[in-house]
Write a protein that binds this ligand. Structure first.
Ligand SMILES: [Zn+2]
Length: 134
């Protein structure tokens, strides 16, 4: 049984987390809010670096925060970007999500908080796995 905030509340938390984004190179500020099965929420923002390849997306920041604090079961992740379009996770983040939460629901929001959701399976139907047949 999932408990905790609604999708709209998760989107609001992602929008708030976006305020912390460190994105001086792209100026593309993103926030994420990850809901655990027991109702906790971990937020993240993108953190860029002068060595561009070291940049970490908001979704992975939120997920790594959660895992590092003992949470490994997730039900939904909201992501909010700065544009008028829904902010979709990149392929790297989808792969990281699939490691821990293949059943995850991904809520994608624009800068105003308008959102839509998809399952992770819809966004990444053929995720890499070390386990045959999964
Ligand atoms: Zn990403």
């Amino acid at each position: 049984m999932t408990s905790g905030p609604s999708d709209a509340e998760l989107v609001r938390m992602a929008l708030a987390a976006r305020e912390q984004a460190y994105a001086p190179y792209s100026n593309f500020h993103v926030g994420a809010a990850l809901l655990t099965r027991d109702g906790r929420v971990f937020t993240g923002c993108n953190v860029e670096n002068a060595s561009y390849g070291l940049t970490v997306c908001a979704e992975r920041v939120a997920l790594f925060k959660a895992v590092s604090e003992g949470s490994r079961t997730f039900t939904a992740l909201a992501i909010a970007g700065p544009s008028d379009d829904y902010c979709r996770p990149c392929g790297a983040c989808l792969q990281v999500m699939s490691e821990f939460a293949p059943e995850l629901r991904v809520i994608m929001a624009d800068r105003t908080g308008r959102f839509r959701s998809r399952t992770l399976l819809q966004l990444l139907p053929e995720a890499f796995s070390m386990v045959p047949g999964t």
